[in-house]
Design a protein around this ligand. Structure first.
Ligand SMILES: [Zn+2]
Length: 257
């Protein structure tokens, strides 16, 4: 789809234009209880996004999710003038339903195409810095951008999402050890613990002993350091952290540079 639209750089990813190519238009509207919906009207389709979503990254992801339902030929009801029948979605929440997941994977590939994002991942240190660059260039949220890095890089990294000082979920790169239990209390040396105790987040990169996040025996190799950098979503009481286990020994000076 991106090839058909001639997308070669982040600025080319114009969701209204991509929707048009699928015979759809995107409108912002009052939606009761839903984030977005899509319906067919004859040969055309209408994607509605809730006007309560004001974050540009969330709007783009949501629009791309609905385009995904059309492009992937998911069941999209046919509306008529007497009744409005729509496919209702909450793409910003996790879903177990296969078409919802497929549309969200599609959305992430559209708003952050692997071919364009890959070079942002080719950095010497995996922190939130490359995620900030992606967020800025692709108009995506910092959290979604950090998660995208874990999908593309070969480095051992993960995004940990913590609420009230406990890990709620983890998104790992293929090489990051699967050993952080959900619900685990975050170690006191982590900036996440400080935020929970004092309500202030240290945005700096920290280098910790790997045990702060993982049992040492679960980490291959001799390097037992883990690098973390966190960002908060204060309105949700959430902190998300980019974790990285470097393959070589680093000093604090490397990270400060
Ligand atoms: Zn959906």
């Amino acid at each position: 789809m991106l090839e058909e639209a001639g997308v070669t750089q982040p600025d080319d990813i114009d969701l209204d234009r991509l929707a048009e190519a699928e015979g759809a238009e995107i409108v912002y509207d009052d939606l009761d209880g839903a984030t977005a919906s899509v319906m067919r009207i004859g040969a055309f389709a209408r994607i509605r996004i809730s006007n309560r979503i004001t974050d540009l990254g969330a709007q783009r992801f949501t629009g791309a999710h609905e385009i995904g339902h059309l492009r992937l030929n998911h069941e999209v009801p046919l509306g008529n003038t007497n009744e409005v029948i729509e496919r209702i979605c909450k793409p910003l929440e996790k879903s177990r339903k296969a078409p919802e997941r497929a549309a969200s994977i599609f959305a992430s590939e559209i708003v952050m195409p692997e071919s364009l994002v890959r070079r942002y991942c080719a950095v010497p240190y995996i922190t939130l810095a490359p995620a900030r660059e992606i967020a800025s260039d692709f108009a995506t949220s910092l959290l979604a951008s950090a998660m995208r890095i874990t999908e593309i890089t070969t480095e051992r990294c993960a995004v940990a999402y913590s609420v009230l000082g406990r890990v709620k979920w983890i998104k790992r790169s293929a090489t990051f050890p699967d050993w952080i239990p959900h619900g685990r209390r975050v170690d006191p040396t982590s900036a996440v613990a400080d935020y929970y105790e004092r309500g202030k987040l240290d945005p700096a990169t920290r280098m910790l002993a790997v045990e702060a996040w993982l049992p040492r025996q679960r980490v291959d190799g001799t390097n037992v350091q883990i690098v973390e950098q966190s960002a908060a979503i204060p309105e949700l009481g959430v902190v998300f952290t980019m974790l990285w286990i470097p393959n070589r020994e680093l000093s604090h000076l490397d990270l400060a540079a």
